[in-house]
Design a protein around this ligand. Structure first.
Ligand code: ATP
Length: 310
């Protein structure tokens, strides 16, 4: 791997005494899409903010495209575009002005052709003369991305890019991220959603309580995370699970009204079809059937537990 970011022994203890990052070692490869997956308060924003020079680390080092984030702050920051979680832009400016102004902040010469390309790529070209306050929430988010790309950074950070956006916009963001990668931009995104990491990332890092508990190729991680649950709401409650169903290791929940089967979504045979056949043979009827992903919470519990056991 040719790392564009090297993080070594990075920690953060806030003034409150809260340790937001335990020592983190991580390298991000040039041109990859890296997803940082973790629940609220895990330390994702802290990690990104340190790399972008917004928060000072307590110890450790970060080198961005060959530049130390503290001793060569300007050079390292120039390599980075950051799309923060919150919208931070002047509501009364036009799209064109706000994006052009951002470029100027990095000391880059004007390049209207680049701004035009970026706005077109983000479907904002028609809105270039519109004031930010007149845009929809989804458009405002795209303006934030255009601002972050205005100075042609080699690395783009997206902090929760699709939190609270609708399915269509989420898909178009994913497409855009892929296009950027094809242009050679390295992308690091934080997310709560396994689905997003699955769709987008080449590699995934899982962070929990300031601890980067694992970093893996997506395919390897998905095999670990690919557990799903099938919940069957029964027509009549059962007092106990019949011995004929022992092969499936089912759980009986909700006062005997619900049978829950946990299966590996990546397996060639999930066992669902045979379970349903057996239920029919036994005359056990059901009114409803639903599957869901194991929650991130369950996965963290498992991963952290495995980490302790190892
Ligand atoms: P979310 O998904 O909710 O954005 P996150 O993974 O980005 O969460 P951080 O924002 O990095 O998490 O926060 C990590 C921990 O550090 C949290 O417990 C948070 O309360 C704490 N924290 C963040 N900023 C500060 C601060 N300025 N002072 C003290 N504690 C802070």
């Amino acid at each position: 791997m040719d790392p564009i970011i090297r993080i070594a022994g990075l920690t953060k203890i806030y003034d409150s005494g809260h340790q937001a990052l335990k020592p983190v070692d991580l390298e991000i490869g040039r041109g990859e899409i890296f997803a940082l997956l973790g629940p609220n308060g895990a330390g994702k924003t802290t990690l990104i903010s340190i790399i972008c020079g917004i928060v000072r680390p307590t110890s450790g080092s970060v080198i961005v495209d060959g530049h130390d984030i503290i001793s060569s702050y300007r050079e390292s920051r120039r390599a980075i575009g950051l799309v923060p979680q919150e919208l931070t832009t002047d509501q009364f400016e036009t799209v064109w002005d706000t994006v052009s102004f951002s470029r100027g902040l990095f000391g880059k010469a004007r390049n209207p052709a680049h701004i035009e390309r970026t706005l077109k790529q983000l479907s904002l070209w028609d809105k270039r003369d519109t004031k930010i306050k007149e845009l929809s929430g989804g458009m405002k988010r795209r303006v934030m991305i255009a601002k972050a790309l205005s100075h042609e950074p080699r690395i783009l950070f997206l902090d929760e890019p699709t939190a609270g956006v609708d399915v269509e916009l989420r898909r178009s963001m994913w497409d855009m991220v892929r296009e950027l990668r094809e242009q050679g931009v390295t992308i690091i995104l934080t997310t709560h959603y396994i689905e997003e990491a699955e769709e987008m990332a080449d590699r995934v890092g899982v962070i929990s309580r300031g601890d980067l508990i694992l970093v893996e190729e997506k395919s390897a991680l998905m095999a670990k995370l690919g557990k799903r649950e099938l919940a069957l709401t029964l027509a009549e409650p059962l007092a106990a699970i019949p011995p004929e169903l022992a092969d499936w290791q089912l759980e009986l929940k909700g006062e005997g009204n619900q049978l829950v089967y946990t299966f590996d979504a990546n397996a060639e045979r999930t066992g669902i079809a045979s379970l349903i056949r057996r239920l029919t043979d036994l005359g056990i009827g059901f009114k409803d059937l639903a599957t869901r992903e194991s929650s991130l919470e369950d996965i963290f519990v498992n991963l952290v537990h495995q980490g302790r056991a190892a």
